[in-house]
Design a binder for this molecule. Structure first.
Ligand SMILES: C[S@@+](CC[C@H](N)C(=O)[O-])C[C@H]1O[C@@H](n2cnc3c(N)ncnc32)[C@H](O)[C@@H]1O
Length: 276
């Protein structure tokens, strides 16, 4: 099925943000440490960028199954996998993570990044703990499960009050964070792993640092990140903040923050892992 426009736009966002997330995620993969030659599941793989980084880590004989419910994103994933020569290492399949079409003990490990956002009931996959139990069912005893999330950022250095007002507005207006039960927040994943019966749950945070002069790929990724978080906030912040933000985010403005010679920012990813 061809990707629709929304999927195309979303896929482009996911792919262009990769340079920004790459260091943090690759360090999280090293912490996860899937064994060379293993076969793992990338649950909610999107465009399969992380499937590729996982496949690199378990080379030369490792295999990854990328699994997602979106046919449009899977079409982009197939293109990325084929164009980069990974079709022998990565298989892509469609379905819902709440009911995986695999036998018990199929995989050596499961990786799930930026997918089990707060409150599965709002995102249509049900109880998050049940989804993690499903990951455990398809994983061999002793195998590892990783649930990974974008966890924090500094994007507007020098403007801490503005940035915190923006993220307050973002959290209050985004459907998967607004007014959620604290137990459903992504940073409570250690508890989800424990409730799902996984052994020895552990959490660790990794960072991508960005310092001027920014490469073109990092600049593009950060620009997209700024717009992804803040573009929808006009109705949720004061008019003065909105106007200020436009100058900082507009690449044609002399106040464009990514042009600052002393720009420094970061984003972090947190990996939560446990053993079956
Ligand atoms: C923010 S994207 C992250 C994609 C990828 N893991 C990454 O890190 O780039 C979330 C992905 O989860 C997928 N997803 C959400 N709910 C799902 C479900 N119930 N079953 C399978 N995939 C799902 C979406 O289609 C989307 O590709």
């Amino acid at each position: 099925m061809p990707a629709n426009n929304t999927d195309d736009h979303y896929a482009r966002q996911l792919i262009n943000i990769n340079p920004v997330t790459k260091t943090a995620i690759k360090d999280a993969i090293a912490e996860f440490n899937p064994p060379p030659g293993s076969h793992g599941l990338d649950a909610g793989c999107g465009t399969a960028s992380k499937s590729i980084w996982l496949a690199d880590y378990i080379q030369p004989d490792g295999k990854v199954t990328g699994f997602d419910r979106s046919p449009g994103l899977l079409a982009h994933a197939r293109k990325l996998v084929d164009e980069n020569g990974y079709s022998g290492k990565i298989t892509l399949e469609e379905g819902s993570i709440s009911s995986l079409p695999y036998e018990d003990n199929t995989f050596g490990w499961v990786w799930c990044c930026d997918t089990l956002w707060a409150g599965g009931e709002r995102l249509g996959f049900g109880d998050t703990v049940e989804v993690i139990k499903e990951f455990a069912r398809v994983t061999v005893p002793g195998g590892m499960i990783a649930v990974v999330f974008w966890s924090s950022q500094l994007l507007l250095p020098g403007y801490p009050e503005l940035e915190s007002r923006l993220f307050k507005a973002f959290n209050e207006s985004t459907f998967y964070t607004a007014g959620i039960n604290p137990e459903h927040h992504s940073m409570k994943t250690l508890g989800w792993l424990d409730k799902a019966g996984l052994k020895n749950p552990k959490a660790k945070t990794f960072i991508s640092n960005f310092q001027a002069p920014l490469s073109e790929r990092i600049r593009t990724g950060l620009d997209l990140t700024l717009h992804m978080f803040f573009d929808g906030l006009k109705e949720h912040i004061a008019p003065d903040d909105w106007q200020h933000l436009q100058g900082l985010m507009d690449s044609g403005s002399r106040d464009y923050i990514l042009n600052n010679d002393d720009y420094y920012g970061f984003i972090t990813y947190t990996i939560f892992r446990g053993e079956v």
